[in-house]
Write a protein that binds this ligand. Sequence first.
Ligand code: ADP
Ligand code: MG
Ligand code: MG
Length: 898
Amino acid sequence: KARVFSFGDKKADGNSSMKNLLGGKGANLAEMSSIGIPVPPGFTITTEVCTEYNALGREAVIDLIKEEVKASIASIEAVMGTEFGNKKNPLLVSVRSGARVSMPGMMDTVLNLGMNDEVVLGLAKKTKNEAFAWDSYRRFIQMYGGVVLGMKPESKEDIDPFEEIIENLKEKRGIQLDTEFSVQDLQDLVFDFKDVIRKRKGLIFPSDPWEQLWGAVMAVFNSWNGDRAVYYRSMNGYPADWGTAVNVQAMVYGNMGNNSGTGVCFTRDAGTGENVFNGEYLINAQGEDVVAGVRTPQQITKLGSQRWAELAKIEETDRAENYPSLEELMPSIFEELNEYQDILEKHYRDMQDMEFTIQDGKLWILQTRNGKRTGAAMVKIAMDLLKEGMINEKEALLLVEPNKLDELLHPVFDPQALKRATTIAQGLPASPGAATGKIVFFADEAGKYKNSILVRIETSPEDLEGMNIAKGILTARGGMTSHAAVVARGMGKCCISGAGALKINYKKRTLTVGEHEYHEGDWISLNGSTGNILEGKVATIEPELSGEFAEIMSLSDKYAKMKVRTNADSPKDAKVARNFGAQGIGLTRTEHMFFELDRIKAMREMILADTVKGRKQALEDLLPMQRSDFEGIFEAMEGLAVTIRLLDPPLHEFVPHQLATQKDLADEMHISLQAVKNKVAELEEFNPMLGHRGCRLGNTYPEITEMQTRAIIEAALNLKERGIICKPEIMIPLVGTVKEYEAQETIVRSTANLIFEERNDTVEYLVGTMIEIPRAALMADKIAEKADFFSFGTNDLTQMTFGYSRDDAGKFLPIYIEKGILKVDPFEVLDQEGVGQLVKIGTERGRSTKPNLKVGICGEHGGEPSSVEFCYNVGMDYVSCSPYRVPIARLVAAQAAI
Ligand code: ADP
Ligand code: MG
Ligand code: MG
């Protein structure tokens, strides 16, 4: 089998469909080469070789690929008319990593490889450009030193050892820019770089090009298992056995002088999705100079340049002279680039992110890939490409990444207010959204103001509660994977992390940025989508399901075959979800209603009652409250099905545990404190989640089921009188045996019939059950003979199938995931392999006795893309998820059906 694939000279062994084998970069280099885009010739060592390297080690792998690599180098030499290692006419190459998905900055690249003390002289002579040759040499040592020889900063406080030398020399010479170095300076740098490598690592810098090449190839393979890459993989759930490919490619030089340069560009705006070609470039520069910001990069288009100058407050004459666009400076190169961006976007039928280099007036393309973009840009680009006729409806839907829609569902700043706002500083956009509040510096003070922004140097697990209370989180330290960032994303809370310009003084309770000082209680605003920290109170607006977002959603509904309902416990949630397109409610948890202040009292009286009579008395007080709640929810969901679950949690959760509250309760109920204490103790359970809960409550205290049924049916009848149609579905929780279900169903139906007689009116309703105990899934055929519908409660089903207590799993799940014992948290992503079998069995057996049985899911998984897809494949009628996940589930339902 081939381990090395060549490309260049308008030919290629591979193509863009071979990303798994050649990596994204290699596959696209091959593709570009075959469609006639000018790509420097090169070759790709496959991802499979990376896996072989991990198993066999360096020497064995070199033996495996040596011949193919030699032949491929020879074909590069033939195209370029140069020779690897030749002192007069040298070929230099880049060695670039490239996994099947882009992992920006996670792995390493070495440029100008093949350079040594003799080659540098030959190159200088051949090009008649000494500065260029020595600049290339110093760059090579710098990159090879870092990537292959492990020259890294020695401690957190240190900077890169090579950068340190550069900075010192600049200072000594009194210059600002790397382009100002003289030939002598560059020679000094080469000498000093080698010297520091010798001192730190005890190594003589390798001068043999082949030794350099193998060193760099192995270093790229090693970077696949470097800390950064491993973490990135675990975050995104990419398996370790994918491996990375290695691309070896002839160098083209952007650092040959003022007729050369390098840049990056996008076929559309990655932030807004606007269809404008844009990007940045630098004259006389190489590699990542643009991205690394060694100098202020210039804009590609004139329009972009003018927009930029406006923001930077630069006069037009100054701009045109000192920061001209590529369009103005090198019009013919710009025209050519513009043509390629157009060709590539049409070819890949998606927004492209490209790298290019201009060598002495000739343009080369070095990379293209489907560009990363914000949620807003993603949606706009998909719809625009559809309208432009470049893609069809199904392809447009597939261009939208479900989880990224989340960004569009958080409150957003009013664009007008944003224009007027003053930026304090910039951090990392760790969790999207818009937050406004008063500064607090301590988590336990987050509740001090109605709206607070928690400002910390960094956060720790103790801050959790405060983070939850605060409207937004801002940290001076930490990256996109810091505690603050991870937790905030989990909470769906706006967060900016790593805003290095902030000086936080906990003692004085101040936040200082340059000259400005802010105090506790001052208003600030966070734009979590951009990382901008803004002064004062910037107005926000609720996100709207409008424009391209609305268009994508209605397109989704056109293709989706499965419905999306919502989990909602209040009329407010129901309304939000309906605006997001929910087609009913899949779960209303009645217990949440009992926790409100005036109700908890009646609830406690009910629980503490010693006699059936006492309990019924208390339930009578609860009835009107429940009934009006249901009326509100039914009204918000007019015309759509609403599933209401009967009381589920163990009663112990409702009783007071503090002495003072127990006393109050005793007084109010005219019983002794001791009686209250006894009852509380009596309700205590060893395993509450496996204890007296669910239908076990309704079966031991039938009067609770009676009251709840009455509240539901009466609410429905009341609305009917007002001409509002509602479709209640009464759901019995935690059923494990057929008898358990039958006993509850009997109570529900007889209560309903009683009310129908009382009111001389009827309403249609269904009675069904949750399938959340493994036994219920196995007995589904029998249960379905009675039940009108099933709803898989995958939270409990996961808990009981794994035997992991959800409330205790925090102690070991993170460790399991870290050690790879579990790939993901099964409470977040449905375990299709195991728990999924029970879902499948339950559905199949249920429908074996009742073919038209309605089946849905109401666990947290109902809004998680891979789980939603699974539900569709199992044949469910609907998924139900929290209101803000509804659009995501609608999209996935469509994608699954395509
Ligand atoms: P990353 O994946 O981190 O972007 P790349 O392999 O794309 O790393 O390379 C880093 C930089 O070096 C890019 O700016 C790229 O354009 C540039 N580069 C890579 N190979 C060459 C080459 N053969 N000639 C000139 N520049 C190159
Ligand atoms: Mg990089
Ligand atoms: Mg790149």
